[in-house]
Structure formats: C-alpha cells, structure tokens
Design a protein around this ligand. Structure first.
Ligand code: 3YE
Length: 206
C-alpha cells in the first residue's frame, strides 16, 4: 500500500481526486497546507484524512519553515509526497530528506515552466497544452517526467477556462496514473531519470 503525504496551498483538488480514485490502492496519510484556511483542509477532514498546517512565520527562513514541515511529517508513515498547487520552492535538503516527491505542472514541460503557465500558453498561441507529472528536484519544474497528458486549447479560452480543462481533462488523468504506477512498483527514480516498467520512453504503458 502506497501512502501519500499531500502538500497543498489552496484547494488541493488533485489530492482529493486521488483520494476518491485511490489509484493502485494508494491512500493519503496526511494533507499538509502551508496556509491556515486553505480549503483543502476542511475537505480533507470531512473525508477523515488527517490534516496539518505549517505556516511560515514572518521573517522565518525557508530552511526553518521546511524543517518544521519535515518534523511535522515525521509523525506520519508515507512513501510518496504529492504536491498539488503547493506554492513553495523546496530546498535540496527537503528533496534529500523525504521520499520521492511528485508535482503536477499545468503545461507540457519543458514548455511554459513557472507560475503563469496558462497565460504563457495563450500568449504563445499553441493549439495543444496539457500537464506534466514530474519528480521534484532542486531546480523548479525541471525534474524528470513521469507522465503527461495533452489537452486542446480553444480559440475562446481564457486563463480560467483553460485552467479548468487542463485540471479536469489532464491532471485528473495524469496524476492518478503516476500514483498508480508508483503503487504498482513500476516507477524507478535514479540519477535524475525516471523509468516506467524499466523503460525511458517508447510504448505508452497503461
Ligand atoms: N520546488 C523544487 N522543485 C520543483 N516546488 C514546486 C515544484 C518544485 C518545487 O520542481 N525545488 C512560487 C513557487 C513556484 C514561489 O516563488 N514561491 C515563493 C513564496 C511565495 C509565497 O509564499 O508568497 C517561494 O519563495 O517559495 C511546486 C510549485 C512551485 C511554484
């Protein structure tokens, strides 16, 4: 059984979707938010998932805040960390001290990294976007890719309509799939590469 520590800053809709789907039997051991009042906290509590809040104190260093997060998580048993709209850059120390950490980014990386992916997509005029589930490494949005899902861009899209489509048609498919592959023991993370079924590409595994 794969147990997940979910980190979110806001609604955490991917985490709740993963909880609904329980891909590969995976379950959320804890949901941690870095913002008091993040809507994901009540939603997780209603489902019986333990929740934690570790806010960054004014003037507190990134390292100190993270250490408190790692300390808080050490009270839970988990083998995978899933970020979902978690608006913090993690340090190398976090990456080294925790199990494999996944993030979902709302574009087909390496195109359109960073905060305003949908705006960049619309400005570039691309017809297809999507999402990327990748392993978190020290460099933001640059870790090895586990899986991606393509989503069309329509002419009358704005950032909001695109964001919703990428979430529902992209992230809600790709993130549970990545978690299931982990739960099934099919993902290898080594030397900055990811393998699925021992393969770095080629045929798309189900
Ligand atoms: N950290 C590392 N590698 C990754 N975090 C995320 C992905 C990812 C990662 O691949 N090492 C926005 C964060 C960007 C930002 O600049 N946040 C500020 C603080 C903003 C605030 O709290 O008001 C900061 O200094 O962290 C998740 C996505 C990160 C998005």
């Amino acid at each position: 059984m794969t147990k997940i520590a979910g980190l979110a800053s806001n609604r955490g809709r991917n985490l709740l979707h993963i909880d609904d789907r329980a891909p590969g039997g995976a379950e959320l051991a804890v949901v941690l938010a870095n913002e008091e009042g993040a809507p994901v906290l009540d939603a997780a509590s209603e489902r019986g998932i333990p929740t934690e809040v570790v806010e960054r104190d004014a003037e507190e260093s990134r390292e100190s805040h993270e250490r408190r997060i790692v300390e808080c998580l050490s009270g839970y048993d988990f083998d995978l960390v899933c970020l979902d709209g978690y608006m913090r850059i993690l340090t190398e120390e976090f990456v080294e001290r925790t199990p494999t950490t996944l993030n979902v980014h709302p574009s087909l990386l390496p195109s359109f990294p960073g905060m305003d992916a949908h705006e960049q997509v619309l400005d570039a005029g691309v017809r297809t976007t999507g999402c990327t589930v990748h392993v978190v490494t020290e460099e933001v949005d640059a870790g090895p890719i586990v899986t991606q899902e393509a989503v069309p861009v329509y002419e009358d899209d704005d950032e909001n309509s695109l964001k919703e489509r990428v979430l529902r048609e992209g992230e809600f498919t790709a993130y549970p799939r990545a978690v299931r592959w982990f739960a099934e023991g099919r993902v290898g993370v080594e030397d900055g590469t990811v393998t699925v079924d021992g393969d770095r590409g080629g045929d798309f595994p189900e």
